[in-house]
Write a protein that binds this ligand. Sequence first.
Ligand SMILES: [Zn+2]
Length: 420
Amino acid sequence: MKKLLALFIILTIFTSVMSGCYPQSSNETLNVPVTSNSQDGSNSLSSQPYTSLLTPLSSITTPMTSPITSTVSTTTPKTVQTSETGTNSPKTKYDLTISVDGSGTTNPNIGLVTYDEGSVVNVTATPASGWKFYMWIGDASGSDATISLRMDGKKDITAVFWTGNRFTSNAALSGLMAANSVADAQQSLQSFVSQYGLTMEITNIIPSSYSKTYSTYSLLTDNDLQTLKTYGTLFIDEWSKYPIDWVTNSKVKSIAIVKKLGVNTTAPAVAAFPDIVGETMYYDDTYSGDYAREVIHHEFDHLVTFNIFNTWAPVDSIWLSFNPPGFSYGAGGASAYQSNNSSLSGEHPTSGFVTGYATTAIEEDKAETYAYLMTTTYYHHLQNWLFSDTDLTNKVNYYKQFISKYSPEMSGNYFDEINP
Ligand SMILES: [Zn+2]
């Protein structure tokens, strides 16, 4: 019996660790050999309690408001001596710093201008040819190209322009197509992920203790070049949907592309694996199509969640409140809704869930919902369901709010724009 119990404990630990890929009951305790890397203090957002990051939907009235807005306004004003008045009375002035993201201009020009306290400044953003104005972020918000700012403090604003596929690098894609070796292809993929500050590891993977313990894989050889080109194109297509800040706030540091990716003892083959210690996303280049696209986002969501909340499945009563009455996650759970959730499969099997897989655990529900927002084919399925599924609508709006806290650019029409 003891042997059986030990086996059970070992299996529980392994399956808990891999809850990122395989559904487990959402209330399991996770025992992972995580180091301090996920709470290194470099991202102040990560140290905030979960509830403070998420505003209940009922209290949200201006979803476009950038979270950065509230961080300024306490700056000490600088005083200057006015010469023309002939007196020494100081006049308060504030700096306005204008930046752009993407390609376009502003009026006043990009840079720093100082204004008297209380003055109202009109700023207009004009996209470069082939680009569109998308939105203001920083101490301004909204998608009107011209905004009026009242100078009641120091302000930093950024005009965001985009092409619809603004993070795609044509040079990286053409370089990938022309590559004569895996090393060449790696170089092109590196040039793409460099914009996110990431390292691309293909020929030279340096595994963390975590990936050594829990994953198995083989390195690509030049015989795998064509597969890598195909997968690399798909990877760029999907990953380029991510604004820089979303990736930066996720704390991921590298992308590893391998073959024969598996998880020790629990799954001989997986399409992706989030390494929460090495901060590396592992992707298997033999997968293709919408499944491969969806998994890229699904597993990345697990990494983001872990790095923000230090757990795969943070307690989230708001999310749970969107589930149908009596619903419990997990196959065979004490569910009044279904005696065995494993009978739920395929897409949108019931109200509130994008897939049957999403009914297996709260973290899978979130990862699936996120992946459906990011994967174009599935995004359009999702849009159709939202017309009549208020549970799912609540989850989608709530998750969009969560995402936009970390990436102001991923708000407004963002998901429509990336999923034409
Ligand atoms: Zn998963």
